[in-house]
Ligand binder design. Structure first.
Ligand SMILES: [Zn+2]
Length: 122
């Protein structure tokens, strides 16, 4: 499979692959197609994504997409972050092979679940 250089760089040099202590919200989702497991941690302050991180166990595309998403949404407001689509991730990564697009969808699904958990709590 052909991955873009940027995608491989995110995979090899992740900055957001870590746990956040005392997170504002957490969510986990599984992806049956690849066997990927996505976990997203959020630190929210004043309605902003102050910090975000992930622990994703899965294919190269799943990890690179998680990394890309975190880089895109960090510092954004919740409303702005909710508007980030899989196409934004795809554009950021240069390209994602068609059969791996569901991995980018899963990142967003996991993020939205985390936001839902946060909103239900507050
Ligand atoms: Zn995958």
């Amino acid at each position: 499979m052909m991955y873009s250089e940027k995608l491989m760089d995110y995979f090899k040099n992740p900055k957001f692959a870590r746990e956040i202590k005392n997170p504002s919200a957490v969510a986990e989702e599984g992806n049956i197609k690849c066997g990927d497991i996505f976990k997203i941690f959020l630190k929210i302050k004043n309605n902003k994504i102050k910090d975000i991180s992930y622990l994703t166990y899965g294919c190269i595309a799943a990890i690179a997409a998680s990394e890309s998403f975190c880089r895109i949404v960090k510092g954004k407001t919740i409303e702005e972050a909710k508007k980030v689509s899989y196409e934004d991730i795809k554009n950021d990564l240069g390209d994602v092979p068609a059969i791996k697009l569901h991995c980018t969808h899963m990142v967003i699904k996991t993020f939205k679940k985390a936001i839902e958990n946060y909103e239900n709590k507050n």
